[in-house]
Design a protein around this ligand. Structure first.
Ligand SMILES: CC(C)(COP(=O)(O)OP(=O)(O)OC[C@H]1O[C@@H](n2cnc3c(N)ncnc32)[C@H](O)[C@@H]1OP(=O)(O)O)[C@@H](O)C(=O)NCCC(=O)NCCS
Length: 164
């Protein structure tokens, strides 16, 4: 079981270290190492940006940080891009889908938007995670799969599909 909390400045260094993990970088759209100063500026802005929502998953049993899930609202406010990144120490333990389900379900409570995700083709764990959480493939190119949580479903059904 996990708890979902809003990210705070206390999470900045953890989020940076998860982001700089080699596998995370290789699976990210921007693969550059993130320096501390740049990260702190980005993180502070992200926390105060009304178009961004950052959640941290915490294991209920021992308080260990599981990872983060971020939602970036598009300019037109009709869709949000979802990004998930687990603490490397918590990967391979079945936490990814619960974190994505909880975070997406919570976000959709007050954002009536489509959810999108861009996943590298060579990222099978992420592909499985988004598909099992109700996303479907809407497009692909040589590098990425583009997933979407069904925009035609009313919010209640979307949440049901997330909770399968
Ligand atoms: C992607 C990520 C969130 C997945 O979390 P994880 O703990 O590593 O994933 P899991 O081990 O729970 O695997 C998820 C599913 O994929 C399956 N899977 C994992 N590796 C696989 C592989 N090489 N081939 C096929 N399936 C695989 C797992 O079996 C699991 O499915 P199941 O629950 O039906 O058994 C995590 O690896 C991560 O944070 N990666 C770096 C950031 C990233 O890639 N984010 C995605 C882009 S937004």
């Amino acid at each position: 079981m996990l708890w979902l909390v809003r990210a705070s400045l206390d999470d900045a260094e953890d989020v940076r270290s998860w982001r700089n993990d080699a596998r995370t970088r290789s699976m990210s759209i921007s693969t550059a190492f993130v320096e501390q100063d740049a990260h702190e500026r980005w993180f502070r802005n992200a926390l105060s940006d009304p178009r961004r929502a950052l959640f941290i998953g915490v294991a209920a049993a021992d308080g260990a940080k599981i990872g983060m899930c971020r939602f970036d609202l598009d300019a037109d406010g009709a869709a949000a891009e979802v990004s998930i990144n687990l603490n490397p120490a918590m990967r391979g333990k079945g936490w990814a889908k619960p974190l994505l389900r909880e975070a997406a379900g919570y976000y959709l409570l007050d954002h009536a938007v489509r959810l999108k995700a861009t996943v590298r083709r060579q990222n099978p764990a992420a592909i499985r995670c988004f598909l099992d959480c109700g996303f479907h493939l809407r497009a692909e190119d040589s590098e990425y799969f583009y997933f979407l949580l069904d925009p035609d479903l009313p919010a209640a059904e979307v949440k049901d599909s997330l909770c399968r």
